[in-house]
Design a protein around this ligand. Structure first.
Ligand code: GLU
Length: 529
């Protein structure tokens, strides 16, 4: 019987069992970082749940049900369970995130913004952190389901959408690329009479006039970024922003006087659009998916949709890096070394390019307008993990790097395989098989994993390598011994009989079928990944 990839995946998840409860399947899934609510998995999980309703007692997942529900999620789940996601040990990683979260929780101080009631209403104790990796692994800790307004965190998204729609050249005809050195809402332009950058109010207001020109549908773009998680406009915040927006109106008139808007632009409409953008409500959970879209070059990790061009994202990240954190931007770039944007609601949108996006939210703000806990969290994050843009990743570094290392190095794969066989770690062997590792490869003594498992007397490992992986039992090591010889020499009776039986079947089969057929089957199994 040839083992299919789906079966191999099933047994990797169940750790070799023929069936497991549905709840156990979900917790195995969560450990990889995938949530059952993930839009990519939703359909299959619904089908499994459906069977729960149809059967009495706890729902068990067996091979048949798994095959029926797994659909086109085989690749996703295979990558998850063979630890091929960007953060392979997600559980360990999130434990550390929780510790950093807890440490920031104890940070007192700061003032909740109170210029509008929609911000003043929040308790200073609220604190949430969500993250989403470029593979769609997700983690939430604290108050991550409470909606809050994006405020200035929307500026990078607005800028990215403008770049995506209009191109960099057109957008930068109207706005600069330099930090201003002034407060975010200062009435000030650069030497060319353009707003300094898209992250200050003047820049965002001009850009809202550009987007408005091409797109009349208010939330279309922002919602696109987050198709499956609803964002909504807080009408109350919008009204309040309008009523208290004297400074922004002043900026609007100043921009108009200096001819900063494109021809025929409606300044009042641009301001309204800007206020509306600031009043878009998200939660930490949904905000982290937006940040992850920026981390992932414009492709939303949980839907696979390309929502922004790679160039738009690169430009956005560059300006977040230099101008995203108000008058703390230089220090943030120095200490944290990551693109981020904060808002007066206490939100910090943080991007670790090519790894993950995060949304931190805690209303009390420091003197410069950044969330006290948010800043503390970001600093602790990069002092523990080597996420700073200029952290050295090639040489020894005291910091931790949770990213997946490339395991292309063939020597490493032999060592890992041998070590799993030596310690009888069948789960690891299963993972290697699922990753299309060559289970027959040999070490410098010409020994295979089967030699090692047989010499150590690990029955389960021997059964897995023979019955499931169908490895050749006849290979001889440099001393001329087969795995069976090893099992005999070290007196492992049960393994001896397993190997004798397998060896007979193997020789019989291989004298009848050609060996080319076998390797063709193996090849097709590998390429199906
Ligand atoms: N609505 C605020 C303003 O335009 C945004 C403030 C902020 O988050 O920086 O003044």
């Amino acid at each position: 019987m040839m083992f299919s990839m789906v079966d191999l995946l099933f047994y990797t998840i169940t750790d070799g069992k023929e069936m497991i409860p549905f709840s156990q399947f979900i917790s195995a899934l969560r450990k990889t970082g995938l949530l059952p609510s993930d839009p990519r998995l939703r359909h299959g999980i619904r089908q499994m749940r459906q069977s729960a309703h149809d059967s009495s007692g706890p729902v068990m997942i067996d091979k048949k049900l798994f095959r029926r529900c797994v659909g086109n999620n085989v690749i996703l789940l295979t990558n998850a369970f063979r630890k091929h996601f960007i953060i392979p040990d997600f559980e360990q990683f999130t434990l550390q995130i929780n510790k950093i979260y807890e440490s920031a929780k104890h940070q007192e101080g700061g003032q909740v913004a109170d210029y509008i009631p929609q911000l003043a209403k929040f308790s200073p104790d609220l604190w949430g952190v969500s993250l989403c990796t470029v593979d769609g692994q997700r983690h939430n800790v604290g108050d991550t389901k409470i909606p809050f307004c994006m405020q200035s965190c929307v500026k990078p998204l607005e800028y990215a959408i403008a770049l995506h729609e209009l191109g960099s050249e057109r957008v930068h005809r109207f706005v600069g690329k330099e930090p201003s050195g002034f407060k975010f809402n200062k009435l000030s332009l650069n030497e060319e009479d353009k707003p300094h950058n898209p992250m200050v109010n003047a820049g965002a207001i001009v850009i809202s006039s550009l987007i408005k020109v091409t797109s009349k549908i208010l939330f279309k773009e922002v919602q696109l970024i987050n198709k499956y998680i609803q964002t909504r406009l807080s009408r109350c915040s919008f009204q309040s922003e309008r009523e208290t927006g004297d400074r922004n109106y002043a900026i609007g008139y100043y921009l108009k006087e200096k001819k900063c808007f494109p021809q025929n632009a409606d300044m009042m409409a641009a301001l309204d659009f800007y206020f509306q953008l600031c009043s878009i409500e998200v939660t930490c959970e949904s905000g982290s998916v937006m940040a992850a879209t920026l981390a992932n070059g414009g492709i939303c990790p949980i839907t696979g949709d390309r929502v922004l061009s790679a160039e738009a994202v690169r430009n956005t990240l560059s300006l977040m890096h230099s101008c995203g954190m108000y008058d703390f931007s230089g220090q943030f770039a120095f200490h944290v070394g990551l693109p981020a944007k904060s808002g007066v609601s206490g939100a910090v949108l943080l991007v670790v390019p090519n790894v993950m996006g995060m949304m931190c939210w805690s209303p009390p703000l420091d003197r410069l307008g950044n969330s006290v806990r948010g800043i503390h969290f970001c600093q602790d994050l990069v002092s523990y993990f080597s996420f700073h843009n200029y952290d050295n990743l090639r040489h020894f570094n005291k910091k931790h790097d949770p990213r997946r290392r490339s395991d292309d190095d063939p020597n490493k794969s032999v060592v890992n395989l041998m070590f799993a066989a030596y310690s009888g770690d069948v789960s690891a062997l299963r993972r290697f098989a699922l990753s299309a590792v060559d289970m027959e490869q040999r070490d410098y003594d010409s020994r295979t994993a089967l030699h090692v498992a047989a010499a150590e007397g690990h029955q389960e490992a021997v059964i897995f390598l023979t019955e499931i992986c169908k490895v050749n039992p006849l290979g001889k090591d440099r001393w001329g011994n087969t795995p069976l010889d090893d099992a005999m020499q070290f007196g492992h009776g049960v393994v001896v009989s397993i190997l004798q039986k397998y060896q007979n079947e193997y020789t019989e089969k291989h004298s009848s079928s050609s060996s080319e057929e076998h390797s063709a089957a193996l090849d097709s199994m590998k390429s199906s990944l």
